[in-house]
Design a protein around this ligand. Sequence first.
Ligand code: RIB
Length: 298
Amino acid sequence: MNRVLVVGSINMDLVVETDEFPAPGETLLGRRFATYPGGKGANQAVAARRLGAQVAMLGCVGRDAFGRELSDRLAAEGIDLCHLRTDGEASTGVAAITVSRAENSIVVVPGANHRLSPDDVAAAGEAFAEADVVLCQLEIPLATVAAAAGLAQRHGKPFLLNPAPAASLPADLSERIALLTPNEHELAVLSAGAGDGTWQARLARRPGRVLMTRGADGAWFAGRDGQLHHQPAFRVTAVDTTGAGDTFNGALAAFWGRPLAELARLACAASALSVTRAGAQGGMPTRDQLASFLGEAL
Ligand code: RIB
């Protein structure tokens, strides 16, 4: 299996479950409150690890109770934390999440995630040298993402970017990305100002380099021949969709090296399983669970 280096965020998710989303100015009584480990980076690291990859995480937490708990959870998953830094100047990242009828809305306060710097990336050269693939998202500073892409390139390692939350990217960063995994909105933001505005046209302009997620519609990409390929979603009963995209990305990194259509199928299956339990990481499948869901050896 692959050795995956994840460069990204670590959050404590503060989750409120309600019957309806509150309107601005409205107060509702919720059903339940829970805290879960989260953060797009940590979630993707856990997803890849459960699927059998060796995973190292480059990230930053605060010197506080959330930081300690999240580090302990990642260590318990078997993730290498040699490059996890504890910062005394900021609190650990948190995400305030409202879940209603399996859908969610999220506000992230990055805290220590925004203290992860290009210097931290430079200090982790050994981790880049050892990785087969580097996976990143956009909950850390863009300069840090760019430094990670540059170091991955210097070491000749494929750089996968989940461009979430949505942001436009500088051209030199875009050129270094082996695979981008936006949803439809993120793809629109990435492509702003570039020709035809349909998502199909946007995919066709980047054949083989963008795998777009579309929720219950599965995933799409344009092949090298320019044709659009569709991987339908697997049908499951959703409890909480938080972390579905992260499971998708973790699976891509874990299985990186297989053809794109096969990666899309495995990632859609893993993310389907992930939504069947509460919490971003709660339903992330092990490799055996994924194999048995698909009815085949992996
Ligand atoms: O992608 C889901 C994640 O987004 C949550 O775990 C939350 O922490 C936010 O980062």
